[in-house]
Design a protein around this ligand. Structure first.
Ligand code: AGP
Length: 611
């Protein structure tokens, strides 16, 4: 299983090597344990690949650059075979006729491999991808496009492919099935990429391939068709993101840049969805009021950080729309045979829109007759295309593996949906809805204020960077927020941290509290404030070193904790959008204090496209 890789392709008048390397650099967040290129040079497909980050490959190429105007490239996330030169892509057949780069999985690769080995094909790697190169050679009928069609017909699984053939240097073929793939259209040159940032500095006009589609690229054009040969016509999508957005914009890490992009991301996600002081999603959600009134249950389903957004969704939708809500991690939901009826609305949340477990849950729900609302950040992603209704978050490209701005914009999308539902169902008065909507519109500014001075957080991060274990505690919505804060810290600082409902401590976990252990306590929810303070006193009594996070103007909290961080006051229901930001910064500064790779933490990938 390959969590995720990045693939690129170029055909045009320019030297391909650096264009491909530049594209791979923009895709390294997708996988970075090995990389390689194949370029058509002097009548051959010259392949250079290396284990390790892209810089290892660049070093090799410095010694012996590849010269040619057509090529493909790959940055890998290994699972089928450890990171190694042999296992990195591109893979070629024995006669170096075909070169292939691949993202996804070939589920029937063993069967195909045995068949090909019986025919005498020799394999040099442990990967599933190498099977494709030999299969192409075995099916080669002298025409690249029809050979690819025949090979694809034999392959099962998920794959985004870029394929080159030594005898047809004026052509590149791209194929997509359940792994993201786009084609960039330039002037006398064309590009293949797993994601938009890779080609943004060359063109803004892209085709997003659908599952079961392929593209044939030449210098002068791009031809789209289904893999079985039916022509496909599709509008070019003009990307408005600027290249810089995809770059670090002057910040040391993508994560810090993305944390600071949250006010804009929140503003962009609110834009055009509030009319006359109330939320109006009728342009995006085609379900009529009658149809919305028919839902008697809502399921939020997602993975990781998106799942934590779903936890907030439960409180928001139950409080505003008074409909019972269940929240599930997608990898459990898809196998637990949940009770889904046609009056169930399933809300899947996914930044990338490509997470395999979330997609499978989406398809399960649709099979069971439920309507599916997809909340996602990537236009043209599988969730955006397969869900019955879609609510986009407009966070822009999120490069750092640790999700930040996508999370806060997911919360905004959930608030918008909750308020819209409450308006349609008339479960809240217009004045309550107007008050909440007004508070929503204030959030971007309040977030900006929060980001002005991270010095207190940075100081506390310096302290906890010395520790290997710590705890987060909170009640109500604060509990859901500390689960996200704890995940952020674990992901990028490798400190073992746990998040607990504060009222649960005395039922066991309190035994772990000892002298000097850091505890981060959120106390932003007025309804349970006193209870929360008494839980803080419980851990203080056992010697914990406590950072309290409360609302501006709260003079009480400081008396019970060692350090206090405050956030601007807003409605209790909306507080998570603000209270998570100091926790994101805490994780960021703890990771930098430990000198770790913030944007590319070990063992993780940005979006897990296979189960
Ligand atoms: C979060 O920081 C992680 N990158 C991870 O938990 C992520 O949220 C999860 O894999 C879901 O990704 P998605 O939102 O793209 O579906």
């Amino acid at each position: 299983m390959k969590p995720m890789c990045g693939i690129v392709g170029y055909i045009g008048p320019k030297q391909a090597q650096n264009i491909l390397l530049e594209g791979l650099r923009k895709l390294e967040y997708r996988g970075y344990d090995s990389a390689g290129l194949a370029v058509y040079q002097d009548g051959k497909l010259k392949v250079e690949k290396a284990e390790g980050p892209l810089s290892a490959l660049e070093e090799r190429l410095n010694g012996q650059p590849l010269h040619g105007e057509m090529g493909i490239g790959h940055t890998r996330w290994a699972t089928h075979g450890k990171p190694s030169d042999e296992n990195s892509h591109p893979h070629v057949d024995g006669k170096q006729q075909f070169a292939v780069v691949h993202n996804g999985i070939i589920e029937n690769y063993l069967e195909l491999k045995e068949e090909l080995q019986e025919k005498g094909y020799a394999f040099t790697s442990e990967t599933d991808t190498e099977v494709i190169a030999h299969l192409l050679a075995d099916l080669d009928d002298g025409d690249l496009v029809s050979t690819v069609r025949k090979a694809v017909a034999r392959m099962e699984g998920a794959y985004a492919l870029a394929i080159a053939h030594v005898d047809e240097p004026d052509k590149l073929v791209a194929v997509r099935l359940a792994s993201p793939l786009i084609v960039g259209v330039g002037d006398g040159e064309n590009f293949i990429a797993s994601d938009i940032p890779a080609i943004l500095e060359h063109t803004r006009d892209v085709y997003v391939l659908d599952d079961g589609e392929m593209a044939v690229l030449t210098r002068d054009g791009v031809e789209l068709s289904t893999t079985d040969g039916k022509p496909v016509s599709r509008d070019l999508m003009h990307v408005t993101w600027d290249a810089a957005t995809a770059e670090k914009g002057g910040y040391e890490h993508f994560m810090l840049k993305e944390i600071h992009e949250q006010p804009k991301a929140i503003r962009d996600t609110l834009a055009g969805r509030i009319k006359d002081g109330l939320v109006d999603l009728s342009q995006e959600i085609s379900l009529s009021a009658e149809e919305l009134k028919r839902f008697d249950k809502i399921h939020f389903v997602a993975c990781g950080t998106a799942y934590h957004a779903g936890l907030i969704g439960k409180s928001v939708v139950e409080k505003l729309a008074r409909i019972p809500v269940e929240v599930d991690v997608a990898s459990e939901y898809r196998y637990r045979d949940p009770i889904i009826t046609p009056s169930t609305l399933v809300v899947v949340v996914s930044q990338s829109g490509e997470t395999a477990d979330t997609l499978a849950a989406l398809r399960e729900a649709q099979k069971a007759g439920a309507q599916v609302l997809g909340i996602t950040n990537v236009v043209g992603s599988s969730v955006a295309r397969e869900a019955d209704e879609v609510l986009m978050t407009w966070a822009g490209p999120e490069i750092a593996v640790a999700s930040t701005k996508a999370y806060t914009t997911q919360l905004i999308a959930i608030y918008l949906f909750g308020l819209y539902l409450a308006r349609i169902l008339e479960t809240r008065s217009e004045s309550e809805l107007a008050e909440a909507t007004e508070a929503l519109l204030k959030l971007p500014k309040q977030a900006e204020t929060l980001l002005e001075d991270p010095s207190a957080i940075r100081r506390f991060a310096g302290d906890i960077a010395q520790h290997e274990d710590l705890f987060f505690i909170g009640r109500g919505l604060d509990h859901a927020v500390v689960m996200e804060g704890s995940l952020k810290l674990k992901e990028i600082s490798y400190i073992h941290s746990d998040a607990y409902a504060a009222g649960e401590l005395k039922h066991g976990t309190l035994a772990l509290i000892e002298e000097g252990i850091p505890v981060i306590a959120l106390a932003t929810q007025k309804a349970v404030y006193d209870k929360m303070v008494s839980n803080i006193i419980e851990v203080k009594a056992r010697g914990a070193h406590v950072l309290g996070l409360g609302l501006e103007g709260d003079d009480e909290l400081g008396k019970s904790v060692d350090e206090v961080i405050t956030i601007p006051e807003t409605l209790p229901l909306l507080t998570p959008v603000l209270s998570v930001i100091p926790l994101q910064l805490l994780a960021y500064y703890t990771s930098t204090a430990r000198g770790l790779n913030v944007d590319k933490p070990r063992n993780l990938a940005k979006s897990v496209t296979v189960e």
